[in-house]
Structure formats: C-alpha cells, structure tokens
Design a protein around this ligand. Structure first.
Ligand code: GDP
Ligand code: MG
Length: 177
C-alpha cells in the first residue's frame, strides 16, 4: 500500500451525449454500479460519476458526465464539454430519430471541444432487436465516415457496456501516455 506512485495516475473527463431517453443515465449506472432502472428519476441531477480501471499497472479514473435532462431542450452548455477527452454519442436502435440526431450531437461536440476527443457512437437498447429501426451496417458506415468508434450496447442486459466505456478510456490513455 505504501509503494503506490500517485504521479502515475490519470483522470480523464468523458461526456455522455444524445437525445433524451436513449439510455445515457442507465449506461452510466450500469458501468459504475452495475445497476439498471426502468425509472429515470433515480439518476437525474447527478453531474458526474467516477470509475477506475487499471491500465499498464496504473490507476486510470474516468470522470463520466451525464446530462440532467437538459438535452431535451438542446441546452447542454459549453461547460459540460470543457476539458472532455472522450465522448459517447448515444442513440436508441429502436428509434430512428435518435440516430439522426447523433450527427447533430457530433457537430455540437466539435464546436465545443478539442478535435482530438475520442468519440464513440453507441447504439443502445440492442436487446430490442425486434423493434430495430437502425441497422448495424448503417451505423458502421456513419462511424467510418466520421472517424468514430462504434458499438451496440444494452444497459438492460449489460451487453458491451464495459466495452464501450473501456475502449474510449484505453484510447485516451494511448494518446496521453
Ligand atoms: P437518458 O434520458 O438518455 O438518460 O435515458 P435513461 O437512462 O433515463 O433511459 C430511458 C428509458 O430507457 C428508461 O425507461 C430505461 O429503463 C430505458 N432503457 C435504458 N437503456 C435501455 C436498454 O439498453 N434497453 C432497454 N430495453 N431499455 C433501456
Ligand atoms: Mg438521463
């Protein structure tokens, strides 16, 4: 316990973006606490949560910012994006409109943050395959065109949730270390 070199540790800010009700808050609570809620209210008002992982024997902390519902009014402020090194742009695979919004969220990210922000397009609710309105092919094409990472997740059944966050965090680490 006494040989830990704190100077070796890292703290990265990562922001969640995307339309209302795509599952941002549940992705975060699934990742940080392994919890899922059918009711949104539980997570409203939380600014950010911190989760650590180990990379190369170092503690790498991600401070993950969640909106408190202001995305409904497109009123996410520049302070939200300030200093972000990673971003997850989330849409709901069962609601096409939220996928179309992803491009607008990407434009907003590019206005307010550094060009080097590691950005992942996240198609959430992949458990709702029977209601799918956005194909994997289409989302992959958008991700390639815009140089984004892409993954489908389910906060409900946990599919790829860790992978989504950890890919972004590892990529940031690779850039700064
Ligand atoms: P936010 O507004 O983007 O933060 O979305 P929430 O996390 O509040 O989720 C909105 C609704 O979608 C809630 O009723 C959640 O229970 C539900 N939800 C979130 N993620 C998933 C998922 O992966 N699958 C399914 N089926 N429902 C989800
Ligand atoms: Mg939320």
């Amino acid at each position: 316990a006494y040989d830990h070199d704190w100077s070796e540790d890292y703290l990265f800010k990562v922001v969640l973006m995307g339309d209302s009700a795509v599952g941002k808050s549940n992705l975060l609570s699934r990742y940080v606490r392994n919890e899922f809620s059918v009711n949104t209210k539980a997570t409203i008002g939380v600014e950010f949560q911190t989760q650590s992982m180990e990379i190369d024997g170092k503690e790498v902390k991600a401070q993950i910012w969640d909106t408190a519902g202001q995305e409904r009014f497109r009123a996410v402020t520049s302070a939200y994006y300030r200093g972000a090194m990673g971003a997850l742009i989330v849409y709901d695979i069962s609601r096409r409109q939220t996928f179309e919004s992803a491009l607008r969220w990407l434009e907003e990210l590019r206005v307010y943050s550094d060009a080097s922000v590691v950005t992942m397009l996240v198609g959430n609710k992949c458990d709702l395959a029977h209601l799918r309105e956005v194909s994997v092919e289409e989302a992959t094409a958008l991700a390639e065109a815009e140089s984004l990472f892409f993954i489908e997740t389910s906060a409900l059944d946990s599919t790829n949730v860790k992978g989504a966050f950890q890919t972004v965090i590892k990529e940031i680490y690779g850039i700064v270390s």
